[in-house]
Design a binder for this molecule. Structure first.
Ligand code: HEM
Length: 323
């Protein structure tokens, strides 16, 4: 059975962290360092709230209760006596710190801190996911790989938010054309590097979690296939931007340049919609047992549970479902 509250909390948390990491790096490397506070504050608030929501969803699943029935004693038990809880205490503190920093009217320093905090929060997400399943140094290696996967995806997809704002200004005739062109070209180069890292680390994840080709017939495999189809769509859109629309921005005629900026703006908005679908699929994926766990139950699954939320013995409360 799908744990929708957990999927929802994962989706909001991941999306908010991607916006925080991607747009603060965009500010640092492309837009002169000033953080885009207009969406940094809502994203940081969403990250903090969804971290709390994630905790409630895990506590509800562990205690086999509805969300509304989760009480303070269960929350204390989950935070104090499970592997998930140990990571999540840090996650909650970091999410609170990110909100405080995002609200601070700092310049470059604010962007640097938000990026560092968002990267640490994405590592926290990796630590409570399937990557921690193997335990020991192998588990740490998988967590490191997963954290890099998430950060590279954030650089690419999170950066689309400030890129769209830049293109919106350019398409309405505002902003300096050479500066806009330079910024878009720099982002495009950064995104190509990020895509390469996403593909490499995603393939490593696949290698570890899909034990055989037959595993693709599982629910996990089907959701992964949907996610990869959507990623392929994103790559096609990115190629259209880079190879067809971007060169048109070099046109000498300002009407042609504005037309290209409008077209680019629309494709970037479309890319954002597909990115939301990719993140939905990824949020669901992390809650389904991967084939490598299903192949050798119950020990491997117990490890998934240990990596994701802590074992029932550890928490001394029933563990009814995969979280
Ligand atoms: C835009 C591109 C992508 C995004 C935004 C993305 C995002 C994510 C996210 C959010 C997770 C969950 C991590 C966690 O909860 O610990 C994940 C896991 C994963 N990704 Fe990706 N990913 C992308 C591309 C890819 C590609 C191209 C592949 C394969 C080549 C891939 C393979 C995987 C695998 C196997 C997992 C592990 C799922 C699990 O923990 O059960 N991803 N990805």
């Amino acid at each position: 059975m799908i744990d929708w509250p957990l999927v929802g909390a994962r989706f909001v948390h991941l999306t908010a962290l991607m916006i925080l990491a991607g747009s603060s790096l965009f500010a640092l490397l492309i837009a002169g360092g000033v953080p885009p506070r207009r969406w940094l504050i809502p994203a940081a608030a969403a990250a903090a709230l969804s971290a709390v929501g994630w905790l409630f969803a895990v506590a509800a699943a562990m205690s086999d209760r509805s969300l509304a029935a989760v009480d303070a004693a269960t929350l204390r038990l989950v935070l104090g006596a499970t592997a998930f809880g140990h990571v999540w205490k840090v996650q909650l503190a970091l999410a609170g710190a990110t909100l405080a920093v995002a609200a601070w009217r700092g310049g470059r320093g604010c962007s640097v801190l938000v990026f560092a905090l968002a990267a640490a929060l994405l590592t926290g997400v990796a630590a409570v996911g399937h990557a921690g399943m193997a335990g020991g140094s192998t588990g740490l290696l998988h967590i490191g790989n997963d954290a890099v996967h998430l950060l590279a995806a954030a650089v690419w997809l999170g950066g689309l938010v400030p890129l769209a704002a830049l293109l919106y200004r350019a398409s309405s005739g505002n902003g300096s054309p050479p500066a806009t062109l330079h910024a878009i070209e720099r982002f495009s180069t950064m995104a190509i590097a990020a895509v390469a890292v996403v593909l490499l680390t995603g393939t490593a994840n696949l290698q570890w979690l899909l034990n055989s080709a037959a595993g693709i017939a599982s629910d996990w495999g089907r959701v992964l296939a949907i996610k990869l189809g959507l990623v392929a769509g994103l790559l096609v859109l990115a190629a259209i931007n880079r190879l067809i629309l971007l060169p048109r921005l070099h046109s000498a005629a300002s009407a042609a340049r504005e037309g290209a900026a409008v077209a680019l703006y629309r494709t970037v908005l479309f890319e954002q919609m597909v990115a939301v679908m990719v993140l939905t699929a990824a949020s669901l994926l992390g809650t389904l047992p991967p084939p490598v766990a299903a192949a050798s139950p119950p020990r491997a699954f117990q490890q998934v549970v240990g990596g994701a939320v802590g074992s029932p013995q550890e928490a001394e409360i029933p563990m009814p479902v995969a979280v």
